[in-house]
Design a protein around this ligand. Structure first.
Ligand code: CMP
Length: 147
């Protein structure tokens, strides 16, 4: 599973018209976009996706932001996809990204700590959960008939 990850282009970047450019960069970096779809998240679904952050001070802002417009969700494939996508995004906080990784996606397309242009799964377990969240019908590991 570490060869696949869930990537999201967030509402700030979609609204600003950066989605196509970001997708081109993703492919230039050697990822295959297996499936992609634009979604408008409801508050209920956004709260479910970010359930690990419930109660944190930034949670209300995060939910307002993630429901403020469409997102583009994608499943990316490539050896080492999870780590490579996180590297391509750069640090979560855009100001930090601009200092430490000026050519990362968050440095180039994000605005601040919350409106940070992109999301990526942080582990094989979260990649599995997050891919199923956006693409429940996608068969990642086909079952083999026993006999
Ligand atoms: P993401 O990688 O999607 O995971 C959780 C999101 O919460 C993160 O990107 C940011 O959009 C937001 N976030 C995380 N930490 C903070 C923070 N300290 N302040 C504000 N927003 C945050």
């Amino acid at each position: 599973m570490s060869d696949k990850t869930l990537a999201v282009i967030k509402p700030d970047a979609v609204k600003a018209g950066f989605a196509e450019e970001i997708k081109q960069l993703i492919e230039l970096h050697g990822f295959t976009i297996i499936i992609q779809q634009k979604f408008q998240l409801t508050r209920f679904r956004a709260e479910e996706f970010y359930e690990e952050h419930v109660g944190k001070p930034f949670f209300p802002n995060l939910i307002n932001f993630m429901t403020s417009g469409p997102v583009v969700a994608m499943v990316l494939s490539k050896p080492n996809a999870i780590a490579d996508w996180r590297k391509m995004m750069g640090p979560t906080n855009v100001l930090k990204a601009r200092q430490e990784a000026p050519y990362s996606l968050r440095a180039m397309y994000g605005k601040d700590g919350t409106q940070n242009a992109t999301h990526g799964s942080d582990s094989p377990t979260s990649a599995m959960r997050e891919i199923k969240f956006y693409f429940p019908g996608l068969v990642l590991e086909p079952l083999l008939p026993a006999d």
